[in-house]
Write a new protein. Structure first.
Lengths: 201, 201
DNA sequence: AATGCTATTGAGTGTGCGACCAACAAGCAA
DNA sequence: TTGCTTGTTGGTCGCACACTCAATAGCATT
């Protein structure tokens, strides 16, 4: 098998393991078994496992970002994009991503390579969201002083809610808590309540 | 040495290690070496290391809570308590605590005993903060519909900012982001801006 | 001083991990 | 066909981990 394809296959497998079971489950033996090859082969492509972990995380996070906030927003208005983003990030299917972020943010305490990747993905997510907000401001849909700050604020609140993914059952939280990202976005962007998501009682 | 004292000493040591280096650094060997005893002795008091980890986390978190929001607020007004709480939690000295929460929240994915402890501490922190808010409402200092929801919201934002402790340097974040907990508290409690912390430009 | 309890040791077991390397084999070039 | 590059194997080393348990030493009480 060609080196590039093999390498991509390894990263993809590692990313899947990371999403399902956590970054610390990315081990030479585990990934090798998953692919039906010997552990030594993984070592051959990634002499240091830490680099594979970083790569797997980066791959998963980037893919999720492209899914949540596609780079080309063909046809969709910024309001629609943002509403979709907020709906997705509060859904249960997003829990795995929340776990991945939590995992990566903690693990990057010990793994410099991962820390760099996390910083890069943080920036990427912020910039992508910021672009939507900026576009919305230009089109007159949003009103905000600083799209970057608003983007950061939304992401901080999302992170805060994501922190709870392993402990509490997020679904019995009061609506005022669950809706924090939506409420913040609507307030900061000068949108009437209910624009980005239907108001629950 | 008496069993109770020894046990307390072990937990205290483990808590210190957890705060300084992380919960995964709590190993039989590490704690034993720290105390100048043999690993077997730690096993004797904690047959399962997971229980020591949970205990150490609980001990550290509870101590920090007592420091941040003392149970008896002798003399201090709710506004003063809250202002002090928000000042402390945004200081650099709080970084170790942020790391501990991040650590525990991630690790509780794999450790049931730790998960229970985290849930308990989450509740304890929320209730302690809620009590301050409720007191403030009764005294007419605060105005909020639901103190519990406001307490949860403040904690979510604090968690969100704490997520960044290992990646970005929190100090180059814009004031509008750094001040999110203060802004949220002032808004939700009907306080004029600047009441809980001086406004930076 | 003898006895009994128990905190503590020392040695050992088994597991999983990353990393290393010589040997093999399959594909491509000469 | 021959030869060489290289993807791949199989085996191995050393390390750190949790956990077990019989033996020991020190402190009670009697």
């Amino acid at each position: 098998m060609s080196p590039a394809a093999r390498r991509a296959e390894i990263v993809a497998t590692a990313a899947a393991v990371a999403l399902a079971e956590g970054l610390e489950c990315i081990t030479l033996r585990r990934i090798a078994e998953e692919l039906g090859v010997r552990p030594g082969l993984i070592s051959h492509y990634f002499p240091a496992v830490e680099d594979l972990v970083a790569e797997a995380y980066g791959s998963a996070a980037a893919a999720e970002l492209d899914d949540l906030l596609p780079a080309d927003r063909a046809g969709a208005t910024p309001t629609e994009c943002l509403a979709r983003f907020l709906a997705r990030t509060s859904g249960e299917e997003y829990d795995d991503i929340s776990r991945l972020w939590l995992n990566a943010r903690h693990l990057s305490r010990y793994r410099p390579a991962l820390r760099d990747r996390v910083a890069a993905q943080e920036a990427a997510w912020r910039e992508r969201l910021e672009a939507v907000l900026r576009d919305g401001v230009e089109r007159g849909e949003f009103r905000t002083g600083d799209p970057m700050v608003t983007a950061m604020q939304i992401l901080v609140v999302l992170d805060g809610l994501g922190m709870l993914v392993n402990s509490a059952d997020t679904h019995d939280d009061p609506p005022a808590v669950r809706r924090m990202p939506v409420t913040l976005a609507e307030r900061e962007l000068g949108l009437p309540p209910g624009t980005l998501a239907p108001v629950e009682d």
